[in-house]
Design a protein around this ligand. Sequence first.
Ligand code: AIR
Length: 205
Amino acid sequence: MTLSRRTRRRSSNNGMTDASAAVHGMQYLFTKFGRNAGRERRIMKKVGIIMGSDSDLPIIEKAVNVLKDLEIPYEVHIYSAHRTPVEARDFAVNARANGFGAIIAAAGMAAHLAGAIAANTTLPVIGIPCKSSVLDGMDALLSTVQMPTGIPVATVAINGGANAALLAAEIIAVSDEDLQKKLDAKRAKDAAAVLEKDRTVMEKL
Ligand code: AIR
């Protein structure tokens, strides 16, 4: 969550952090000289998770749990469109080069974070409006969903952390067959759990 360390480490690697550059370098060497030389080896894209404040953490935890279950790599940061606009922009501008495939942005109140991130990248951005004010999240919902034409934000329900992560997973899975299978298996498991409840409901009532 430190704001400047990552920025400082960014060097001349086309906007990549040193860590990202090292991973890409290793990927290249494996492809070139490793046991599977010549075969394409892909590293799964990361999901970036940005929240406007640490008070949004309970909603972010729902997203993180889904990504962990699906074994999708992720990175979490606290950047605010209003309080730390430079860092938020910097993250978005470099996200693709840093190995991200989708970004989740969660904020409450006048929630411009997802839109501000989307303005600075063509990666898919998923907005989570957070319920953190007297307006029960309606303020954040409208601020997140009402994007002007040209800069889309895929907005999930108020406090919809789990669905944001599932949508990010579906985006990554477009080019990842293993992840597609995991998502199919999860759907089947979730449906089976509902049907199990269906079987027991009559006994209770
Ligand atoms: N926020 C922070 N910077 C800009 C916005 N919109 C949001 C946070 C949080 C809410 O303001 O995402 O949901 C209240 O933040 P805090 O830090 O006062 O608890």
